[in-house]
Write a protein that binds this ligand. Structure first.
Ligand SMILES: NC(=O)c1ccc[n+]([C@@H]2O[C@H](COP(=O)([O-])OP(=O)(O)OC[C@H]3O[C@@H](n4cnc5c(N)ncnc54)[C@H](O)[C@@H]3O)[C@@H](O)[C@H]2O)c1
Ligand SMILES: [Zn+2]
Length: 375
């Protein structure tokens, strides 16, 4: 596995599918060695002759070093540039990429390099998972959300017009390269949205990490790369650990990652995707609401929610979802993948750093929480 003193390396332990997540502060030096080592670790990679870079038009300027490196490794390069935004995570866009791969006579030895946010990663990953039943995939996440969440864990997929992320697969990359410099061009609102997921890891798994976020948040917001590197590394370690113990969502352990997301997804669905809430913003509101729900069920006192609310506010994230319709939110939650037999399931905090999956007996407490949320 790739190892180098200049970079922080987080191994994702998945047996024959193990791979490294590299967190780099040194402006793309060593990506050639990284790509070569990852390719050499697989049969298809050793015979790799061509590659396709998938990116979006905002991120395209960040792809130049990769083009140079792939060329120096002797690979031909095609570049597919998609429109930025969630609409690109579509079957039509996947089909266009399949056509491109067929035209370039891609085969099992073709490498897919996904350079961009979660949209690029999920779409390119889905195409890599399905074209000839699996192409090698290198992930180069460039948004904070993609660096701490979507590029870790192997879930890839696209949306159906009627349901988000409903068509997908598990497909682990052969390596993930996180360049902290990429965040310099990321819009501030997108950075804050990614911080919501970082905060989530503290709440669900690691009270010390939550303390660290409280102490160093301002530096992270000011793009201090050492602090951001710490935040990203700890988030990746925590998620990689959960994923390695429940790779394909079979033991239920992976559900802990869903804290804040039952209500968060409902907010996104009701407000409309690409609408008023970015994913992390909806998750921020969802975490606070779900923490209040845990209070109402008698699981925790108000201290945890108060601390969480302060941190979310300091991160410049919303804490409420004014004017949304409670019945519409409940209807959206009824479609949640965790539900069983028509009963709603939630991941709620027991204490800072520990969450549990619970089936709600009825919606009385939930309605009360949602009513507060929309004020
Ligand atoms: N697979 C998973 O496990 C998983 C987990 C969480 C989220 N997701 C998915 O991830 C997606 C959201 O990801 P996202 O928040 O990264 O959205 P995104 O990919 O749309 O990126 C957000 C915006 O930032 C721009 N951008 C990205 N990096 C940039 C950079 N370095 N400089 C300038 N602009 C940059 C993009 O062009 C886009 O406009 C959703 O589709 C969600 O479903 C997947
Ligand atoms: Zn999320």
């Amino acid at each position: 596995m790739f190892d180098h003193p200049n970079h922080r390396i987080i191994p994702v332990q998945l047996g024959t599918r193990a791979y490294p997540i590299v967190i780099s502060q040194s402006q793309n030096s060593d990506i050639g060695e990284f790509a070569r080592t990852c390719l050499d670790a697989t049969w298809a990679g050793r015979g790799c002759r061509d590659s396709v870079i998938v990116t979006d038009s905002n991120v395209l300027p960040l792809t130049d070093p990769w083009r140079r490196v792939l060329e120096s490794l002797g690979l031909s390069i095609e570049t597919a540039v998609i429109e930025p935004g969630e609409e690109s995570k579509s079957l039509a866009q996947a089909a266009a990429l399949y056509t491109r791969l067929i035209e370039m006579r891609a085969d099992r030895h073709t490498l897919v390099v996904a350079i961009g946010g979660g949209v690029v990663g999920d779409l390119a990953g889905f195409v890599a998972a399905t074209f000839t039943r699996g192409l090698n995939l290198l992930m180069v996440p460039t948004s904070l959300l993609a660096q701490v969440d979507s590029s870790v864990g192997g879930k890839v997929g696209i949306n159906h017009p009627a349901a988000k992320n409903i068509v997908g697969a598990f497909h682990q990359p052969i390596g993930v390269w996180i360049d902290l410099h990429a965040l310099a061009t990321l819009p501030g609102r997108e950075l804050r949205s990614g911080l919501a997921e970082v905060i989530k890891y503290g709440v669900i798994l690691d009270p010390n990490f939550f303390d660290l976020i409280e102490r160093r948040l301002d530096e992270a917001l000011a793009l201090d790369s050492s602090v951001l590197g710490d935040f990203i590394a700890r988030s990746c370690v925590l998620k990689a650990d959960v994923v390695s113990r429940d790779e394909r969502e079979e033991t239920g352990l992976r559900a802990v990652l869903n804290f804040g997301h039952t209500i968060g997804h409902a907010i996104e669905a009701v407000a409309g995707y690409g609408g008023d809430y970015l994913h992390g913003e909806a998750v921020a509101v969802g975490m606070i609401a779900e923490s209040r729900l845990a209070e109402r069920l008698g699981w925790i006192d108000h201290t945890l929610t108060d601390r969480l609310t302060r941190l979310v506010e300091r991160a410049g994230l919303p804490t409420k979802a004014p004017k949304l319709d409670v019945d519409a939110l409940l209807a959206a939650m009824a479609l949640d993948k965790k539900n069983q037999g028509g009963r709603l399931k939630f991941v709620l905090p027991r204490e800072l750093g520990r969450v549990e999956l619970v089936t709600l007996p009825d919606t009385t407490q939930l309605r009360a929480v949602l009513n507060d949320l929309i004020q």
